[in-house]
Design a protein around this ligand. Structure first.
Ligand code: DGL
Length: 252
C-alpha cells in the first residue's frame, strides 16, 4: 500500500496519476479535510498536521509515502526523512526547472500557496534559475476553497483565476507552473485565461514516474497479478471520505 497525503482534495490529482501509471499498486489516500487549507497556516501547524497524517498512514502499514501537497512538502519533508530513515518519501515541489529550461519568452509564472512560495524548495529554485529567467509568483487566492467545494466551474471561480493568471500572461509568461496539487483541477479554467501560447505545467505525472523508480530501487513493487485496493481516509467526517473517493474516480 502506498500512502498519499494532502490537506484535502488536491492530492487526488497526484492519486489519479498514480492510479493510471501503477495499476497494481494499492493506494491509501489521506485528505485531512478538517484543517484545510494549509497554505496560509504557520509552519508549526503544517508540520504538526503532516506528522499526524504520516503517522496514521504508517500505522496502516504503508510502504511508501507520497506527500501530495506542495505546502506540506515545503515544511515537513526534510523532517520526515530524518525521522523515518527507512521509509521512502516522495514530495511535491513547483516544477520551476522544466519551465525555466523550456521557456521561449524568458518569463515563467509560478502559482502556489503563500507557504510554498516562502519554502526552501521554491527559494532555492528561484535562486538557481532566477538569473536567466524572470520568475513571476502568484498565490491562487481562493483556488483551494473552490476545488474543496467542487466549484471549479462557477463564474466566481473564473474571476478568481482571471485575477491570478492574467497578470502573469500580461508580463509575458509562456509557462505557468501549477505549484499546488489543488490547482490541476482548475487547469481548464487557467488555460482559458492564459490563452493558446502558454503551457500549463503540472507535476503529477513526473511524481508518478518518481514513485515507480523508488518502488524499483527499494524492491517494493506490487506483483503483476496483485489486485489494487483503494482506500480513502480523512480527519474530517465520513461524507468527506466519500467526497475524496468521488473526486478520485471522476472520469475514471
Ligand atoms: N494542495 C496543497 C498544496 O499542494 C495545499 C493547499 C492548501 O491546503 O492550502 O500546496
Amino acid at each position: 500500500m502506498i500512502g498519499v497525503f494532502d490537506s484535502g482534495l488536491g492530492g487526488i490529482s497526484v492519486w489519479q496519476a498514480l492510479y493510471d501509471a501503477l495499476p497494481h499498486e494499492s493506494l491509501m489516500y489521506l485528505g485531512d479535510g478538517a484543517r484545510c487549507p494549509y497554505g496560509s497556516r504557520s509552519r508549526e501547524e503544517v508540520l504538526q498536521f503532516t506528522c499526524e497524517a504520516v503517522e496514521r498512514l504508517l500505522s496502516e502499514g504503508c510502504k511508501m509515502i507520497v506527500v501530495a501537497c506542495n505546502t506540506a512538502t515545503a515544511v515537513a519533508i526534510k523532517y520526515l526523512r530524518e525521522k523515518y530513515p527507512n521509509v521512502p518519501f516522495v514530495g511535491l515541489e513547483p516544477a520551476v526547472k522544466p519551465a525555466a529550461l523550456t521557456t521561449k519568452s524568458g518569463v515563467i509564472g509560478v502559482l502556489a500557496t503563500e507557504r510554498s512560495l516562502r519554502g526552501d524548495h521554491f527559494l532555492r529554485a528561484e535562486e538557481k534559475y532566477g538569473a536567466e529567467v524572470k520568475i513571476l509568483k502568484g498565490v491562487g487566492e481562493g483556488f483551494v476553497e473552490a476545488v474543496e467545494h467542487n466549484e471549479e466551474h462557477t463564474p466566481e471561480t473564473a474571476e478568481l483565476v482571471r485575477k491570478a493568471v492574467a497578470p502573469l500572461v500580461a508580463e509575458g509568461a509562456d509557462k505557468i507552473v501549477l505549484g499546488c496539487t489543488h490547482y490541476p483541477f482548475l487547469r481548464d479554467v487557467i488555460a482559458k485565461v492564459a490563452g493558446e501560447g502558454v503551457e500549463i505545467i503540472d507535476s503529477s505525472e513526473a511524481v508518478a514516474r518518481r514513485v515507480a523508480t523508488l518502488l524499483d530501487e527499494n524492491n517494493l513493487r506490487a506483483n503483476e497479478d496483485a489486485t489494487a485496493e483503494y482506500r480513502f481516509l480523512t480527519f474530517a467526517d465520513k461524507a468527506y471520505a466519500e467526497k475524496l473517493r468521488e473526486k478520485a474516480f471522476h472520469n475514471r
